[in-house]
Design a protein around this ligand. Structure first.
Ligand code: C2E
Ligand code: MG
Ligand code: MG
Ligand code: MG
Length: 292
């Protein structure tokens, strides 16, 4: 009887596993068609300049509106898109969409400011990536000063020399670079010194425990001090409480981002937010240009 039960259990597990595999395959198939079916949308999450209390840009975050499952989290489909290579055309689509949006905002005299785009390791490793970014920016007439790329230490460490070379080219073009999820990677400080980046983005996991968790508070304090000492701009992500915000401001964190300030939102909502806060310019370290 025990044996039979065991076998049943195995069979049950087997079907459950098959179910998961099937779901994954289905999701992957859907992902392949999602671009043509226009199921993706770029959301924008504002960044606040600590010194002026004004918005000084936003991060572009991709959303997939699945016809059956509704909104699918990028944490779920980006890894899938990386495995099957779809991230390359998808990544290009994201950059183009952001640039086209910036163009519409500029023509409408909306002070959009800098938009940060998350990159994937595969893009960074592609031979044609720099040329493709350059082509998109030229075609859409996007000033390079309005684009920032966010990348992680682990992405860079996959092929360090190559990445440094690519990043140097972007900086030479006038695109700024931010190290995302900073503090969760493995880079040594000597490595950081060699890396062409403009900004450190403190990972949400360290912000979460502020100001009470002693370790988090000390790590955050250290990252901000480090950034200042090597003249990098520093951003905190994932701010959810007034206490966290006050703590980060007191330590001199340059830019602030999180649900407390604003959640990621569709382009139209971001535009309304900017329109509503037309007041004084922003002179934070990003040099986020108001225009025309
Ligand atoms: P990330 O780049 O570190 O983005 C921050 C994530 O934290 C976003 O999740 C954002 O919505 C969320 N977040 C922001 N503020 C708060 C907060 O106060 N509390 C909490 N709990 N969460 C907050 P999202 O949009 O689900 O994206 C997850 C990750 O997926 C991103 O992490 C990024 O690694 C990746 N991703 C998103 N969009 C893109 C994209 O266009 N391209 C690529 N390659 N990756 C993307
Ligand atoms: Mg990011
Ligand atoms: Mg991040
Ligand atoms: Mg993160």
């Amino acid at each position: 009887a025990a044996k039979a039960a065991g076998r049943n259990q195995f069979r049950y597990f087997d079907t459950a596993m098959n179910q998961k595999v099937l779901e994954r395959i289905q999701l992957e198939q859907d992902l392949r068609q999602a671009l043509q079916r226009s199921e993706f949308e770029v959301y924008y999450q504002p960044k606040l300049c600590a010194s002026t209390n004004d918005f000084c840009g936003a991060e572009a975050l991709i959303r997939w509106n699945h016809p059956v499952h509704g909104l699918v989290s990028p944490a779920k489909f980006i890894p899938l898109a990386e495995e099957n290579g779809i991230i390359i055309p998808l990544g290009e689509w994201i950059i183009r969409s952001v640039c086209e949006q910036i163009g519409r905002w500029r023509r409408g005299l909306v002070p959009t400011r800098k938009i940060a785009i998350n990159l994937s390791a595969l893009q960074l490793e592609s031979d044609t990536f720099v040329a493709s970014v350059d082509a998109i920016l030229k075609e859409t007439g996007t000033p390079t000063s309005l684009i920032e790329f966010e990348l992680t230490e682990s992405m860079v460490l996959r092929s360090p020399d190559r990445s440094v070379n690519t990043l140097t080219q972007f900086q030479a073009m006038g695109i700024t670079l931010a190290l995302d999820d900073f503090g969760t990677g493995y880079s040594s400080l000597s490595y950081l010194k060699r890396l062409p980046v403009n900004t450190l983005k403190i990972d949400r996991s360290f912000v979460e425990g502020l100001p009470h968790a002693k370790d988090d508070a000390q790590i955050v304090q250290m990252i901000i001090a480090l950034a200042k000492s090597i003249r990098l701009e520093v951003v905190a992500e994932g701010i959810e409480t007034e206490e966290q915000m006050a703590f980060l401001k007191r330590l001199g964190c340059d830019l602030l981002q999180g649900y407390l300030i604003a959640k990621p939102m569709p382009a139209a909502a971001y535009e309304s937010l900017l329109q509503a806060r037309t007041a004084g310019g922003c002179d934070c370290a990003v040099k986020c240009s108001l225009y025309p």
